[in-house]
Design a protein around this ligand. Structure first.
Ligand SMILES: [Zn+2]
Length: 137
């Protein structure tokens, strides 16, 4: 069941720099996921890591196990080709809206394909423990 929303979502709030800029989005996501130090998703080591951002944006290498990782590893956005700033926009739109957001609305707002919007919404709702309301009719 998809929600159809008649009124457009207020997009003024979606104008933070981390909603528009990939580097700012990665920095924001890292500050949320790792408030003190990066945590290696492979060996759970906390502390300084090698910064391989010159190789790929946001890429890090653990000093203990020497495996590479980004802040995406182990999250709902892992293995997604959608840029992180669009993920943050999608999370904001789905969680901050007072009314349900349709996949079509997400597609138009983020300027992505319907399939990407559907998968993004599904992952966010599953991660948030969203339970679809029962359709009584
Ligand atoms: Zn490690």
């Amino acid at each position: 069941m998809l929600y159809v929303q008649e009124k457009p979502i207020e997009t003024d709030a979606v104008e933070h720099k981390y909603f528009e800029n990939e580097l700012a989005a990665i920095a924001k996501f890292e500050s949320i996921a790792w408030p003190h130090h990066p945590v290696c998703p492979h060996c759970k080591h906390q502390g300084p890591v090698y910064d391989l951002s010159k190789t790929r944006i946001g890429l890090k290498k653990c000093r203990r196990c020497c495996k590479q990782f980004t802040v995406r590893v182990g999250t709902a956005v892992e293995a997604s080709h959608l840029p992180l700033h669009k993920w943050l926009q999608a999370v904001y739109l789905l969680c901050a809206s007072t009314r349900p957001v349709s996949v079509q609305q997400l597609q138009r707002t983020l300027d992505i394909t319907y399939k990407s919007a559907w998968l993004t919404a599904k992952r966010i709702r599953n991660s948030a423990g969203y339970i679809r309301p029962i359709d009584i009719d």
